[in-house]
Design a protein around this ligand. Structure first.
Ligand code: BGC
Length: 426
């Protein structure tokens, strides 16, 4: 008994330690504290489909600045499940990493900027000539009260439905672009014993991600946007319709969804155990780089039902926290990350498209090329699941409500929880 307690304590301690510093291309002592000269890059990009782009970016930086030691301080967990908590406690303890991954929108502006934790980067944008190199909508997402606070490394699309080409071909199915077509295909697949839709909500954000794409499909960009400003109530008939549709979709998922993460769920589609998956295009990075699948041969993609012409934007950005000792080195890193070369090293591996408008399109596969074109034309919607649409406090409550809904399927209770969470909206 005693022994097992000690084993647990040692295990927990080692997990905490490894979570706080998973790998390093610098000196690797993992205990980087305020005042160190190492350039600590904090993100949640570790392993399976996540870290290839980051490694390429770090390599590019190290080639240019061999004298600046880097520490890759990534904390595992999709969508920042664990990293955001570690970051919050470090920021509170005045021990910020040199630079950290943060989504453009509320997560940055209502979070760290409002808390007065970030330096402005207007001078860096001036110096690098960036003000007309990023789309205005994107600069707005990283600005507050006329000041710019971070540099976008990418644009991810959230509303993508991935499907297994072979399964669709063998069953004479077309990729569904409407909810009716989705349910029609799902029924046929289910009758054949194939799981229609893969979900891995061990980390609850994945179900929120699916739900927000249904909201976007049912409400359209404008009304969807009104949810986060309080102009449209969560008991609006369209939201209820979205909730019912989401519930119906949950009738077609794999039974073991709550023990899988997003990679495990994507894998079901990759290996033919499930036909479809709704996930951001980091899934493409995973399919191509980790699983060695081919775009438009092994898997296909369409916007999630009824969201054609709409683009759920997720942008990963990096800024300069107040109080770091190596601000000049951080700016050097941000300059590389914001350069054409930096963006084109990172994004083809990450699955995202470049945030810059002048990147080299030839470096991207067909999915990337299509998405670069779509982004230019589409109506942009901010992702809730990925921190852009609303504050972290609201998102936490929505994640909890969604998680309960996935098991209990009580639509009224879910809408009530969304309504009460809305008190967190500013
Ligand atoms: C991030 C992506 C990441 C995904 C899964 C999102 O919140 O923006 O960069 O790949 O989470 O971890």
């Amino acid at each position: 008994m005693k022994k097992s307690i000690w084993v647990s304590i040692v295990l927990i301690c080692s997990l905490v330690l490894s979570a706080c510093s998973s790998s390093s291309s610098g000196n690797g002592d993992g205990g980087d504290k305020k005042g160190s000269d190492k350039l600590e890059i904090f993100s949640w990009w570790t392993g399976a489909g996540e870290e290839d782009g980051l490694k390429a970016l770090i390599k590019l930086f190290e080639d240019k600045y061999p004298d600046v030691p880097i520490e890759n301080a990534a904390v595992a967990g999709g969508a920042g499940t664990n990293a955001k908590a570690v970051l919050a406690s470090r920021m509170q303890g005045n021990d910020p990493p040199a630079t950290f991954q943060v989504h453009g929108g509320a997560e940055l502006n209502e979070g760290w900027v409002a808390a007065d934790k970030m330096e402005t980067l207007n001078d860096l944008y001036e110096k690098e000539g960036w003000n007309d190199k990023f789309p205005k909508d994107l600069i707005d997402m990283v600005s507050k009260d006329g000041n710019i606070y971070s540099v976008p490394v990418n644009i991810h699309r959230g509303n993508v439905l991935w499907y297994n080409k072979k399964i669709f071909e063998e069953n004479g199915l077309e990729a569904p672009t409407t909810f009716d077509a989705f349910f029609e295909a799902a029924e046929k697949l289910k009758a054949k014993g194939i799981t229609p839709l893969a979900l891995g909500d061990k980390e609850p954000w994945t179900a929120t991600h699916l739900f927000e794409t249904v909201l976007l499909g049912k409400l359209g960009t404008e009304d969807y946007g009104k949810l986060w400003t309080g102009e449209l109530s969560f008991d609006d008939a369209k939201v209820k319709d979205a909730v019912d549709t989401f519930k119906k979709m949950l009738g077609y998922i794999n039974e073991d969804h709550s023990s899988r993460n997003w990679q495990d769920a994507s894998q079901l589609v990759a290996n033919g155990e499930a036909a479809m998956n709704v996930m951001g295009d980091w899934a493409k990075g995973y399919f191509v780089n980790d699983l060695k699948l081919k775009v438009n041969e092994d898997f296909g993609y369409v916007p999630t039902p009824e969201t054609e012409g709409q683009f759920m934007v997720i942008t990963d950005t990096f800024g300069l926290p107040k109080g770091v000792s190596n601000a000049d080195d951080v700016k050097k890193f941000l300059a590389v990350l914001g350069s054409v070369e930096g963006q084109d090293a990172f994004n083809p591996l990450k699955g995202s498209i470049p945030a810059r408008i002048d990147a080299d399109v030839s470096k991207y596969d067909q999915y990337g090329k299509d998405t670069i074109e779509d982004f230019k034309e589409a109506k942009l919607a901010a992702s809730l699941a990925h921190g852009s649409a609303a504050s972290e406090g609201f998102l936490t409550k929505v994640n909890q409500a969604v998680n309960i809904f996935v098991t209990q399927k009580d639509a009224k209770q879910f809408v009530d929880s969304l309504k009460s969470a809305a008190s967190e909206l500013k």
